[in-house]
Design a protein around this ligand. Structure first.
Ligand code: C5P
Length: 404
């Protein structure tokens, strides 16, 4: 960690801005390059000169002409960083980030960046507790923005409560953790399946299921955040392609299997395969090229079984991924069925979840899962699908680190 890592530090206007000088000093001690954007309000609390002296770089603010060839545009500023840190992050800048307002250099760079963003909120306790700020923070965290602090304590306005910016050492610890995590799975190859499959009956009709793809997509994104070279093979979903992941779009189970076999072949076995897709168990025995006409009688639909992608990967012999993980979407006897599935499909772990309609798991944002392995069953608390993905990716990293 350290050498080669670059941070774009956005300093917005709050009394806590003085602490960012210490943050810069400590980042530079760790050989992390720091480039600063100072907002107009930020400049009321710290001077560009102190930021420039400590960061050993030019400080960018709205006074620079961004169209000048010699200047660095907001796009370059935001792309030439490994992490964007907003410290202090005022209620105002959080609100602008949540709604996508870009009315100065800092917010324009934040809207233009495709890099991970970390915020260190700092504001008066009432502003922090206001539902508007809480909702904005939730929105941002839901999009993957990392947060450090705020803490509780005495405030500059003589009040006491939550809203104090995290201390420089906490911010440094969060940054160090970010860079450590970002390389935990570097050099590892991961395959994730996601979404439903569609099995054609005729040119306009198909068999499908309720899977949204949210969990599988979140897992691919989480593995990529840990530095894995991740391939996501997905059936039709409304989920956007996750950043930093190679995405292969397929329609049917047989297409999905072919794409997985392609990903699993090549440069030696995959390190991990996570089969989160709700693959259709059956397809129509024959697909007709003409739309089936309604003629007063109901046609009989003959079905045949689809290939089992998880079992194919689990029994892959020399090409078997080192860690094969399946999902078990069940509506009853969740853990028992998952145990049976784990051995039947020769996989290492099964992530079992109850998808009964009353749980809202299919299409929802939360998931309550049990991790079933040869060592037993772990019951995880109800978490967002993103948090399930992060936790699973962390466990995958631990397992691969333990058996390199
Ligand atoms: O047998 P069941 O469909 O309940 O098993 C679920 C697990 O198997 C999931 O991990 C799913 O992605 C995988 N599966 C598969 N190919 C199939 C059916 C299920 O990969 N044809």
């Amino acid at each position: 960690m350290g050498e080669g890592n670059r941070i774009l530090l956005i300093v917005s206007g709050g009394i806590a801005a003085y602490k960012c000088l210490e943050v810069i000093r400590r980042l530079r001690e760790r050989d992390i390059a720091v480039r600063c954007i100072l907002t107009r309000a930020g400049a009321d609390f710290v001077t560009p000169l102190s930021l420039a002296a400590l960061s050993e770089d030019k400080v960018y603010d709205d006074l620079f002409s961004l169209t000048d060839e010699n200047e660095m545009g907001h796009i370059r500023l935001s792309r030439e960083a490994d992490l964007v840190v907003v410290a202090p992050a005022t209620a105002n800048i959080l609100a602008k980030m949540a709604t996508g307002i870009a009315d100065d250099l800092a917010t324009t760079a934040l809207l233009a960046t495709d890099k991970p963003v970390m915020v260190a909120p700092a504001m008066n306790v009432r502003m922090w507790e206001h539902p508007a700020t809480q909702t904005n923070m939730e929105t941002l965290e839901g999009r993957g923005v990392l947060r450090v602090g705020p803490g509780e304590g005495a405030m500059a306005c003589n009040e006491w409560g939550m809203g104090r910016m995290a201390e420089p050492e906490e911010i440094i610890a969060a940054v160090e953790k970010f860079f450590r995590d970002a390389s935990r799975l570097s050099g590892r190859r991961a395959l994730v399946t996601s979404g439903p499959t569609h099995e054609a009956i005729d040119p306009v009709r198909y068999i499908a299921n309720q899977s949204s793809g949210k969990q599988g997509h979140a897992i691919a994104a989480a593995l990529a955040r840990l530095g894995a070279r991740a391939t996501l093979v997905t059936g039709p979903t409304h989920e956007p392609d996750p950043a930093g992941v190679e995405v292969v779009h397929v329609v049917s189970a047989r297409d999905m299997l072919a794409a997985c076999e392609t990903a699993a072949g090549g440069d030696g076995p995959l390190d991990v395969a996570v089969c989160a897709a709700a693959v259709s168990d059956w397809r129509a025995a024959e697909t007709v090229t003409d739309k089936i006409k309604k003629d007063g009688s109901a046609p009989a639909l003959a079905l045949v079984e689809n290939p089992d992608i998880l079992a194919t990967l689990g029994n892959g012999g020399a090409q078997r991924p080192r860690l094969v993980i399946g999902f078990a979407a069940e509506t009853s006897s969740v853990v028992e069925n998952a145990r049976t599935k784990r051995t039947a499909k020769n996989c290492d772990w099964i992530v079992a979840n109850d998808v009964s309609p009353e749980t809202g798991t299919f299409g929802g944002d939360a998931n309550t899962v049990h991790l079933v392995s040869a060592d037993g069953v772990e019951d995880w608390p109800t978490l967002s699908k993103r948090a399930v993905a992060d936790r699973l990716a962390g466990r995958i990293a631990e397992a691969l680190e333990a058996a390199p």
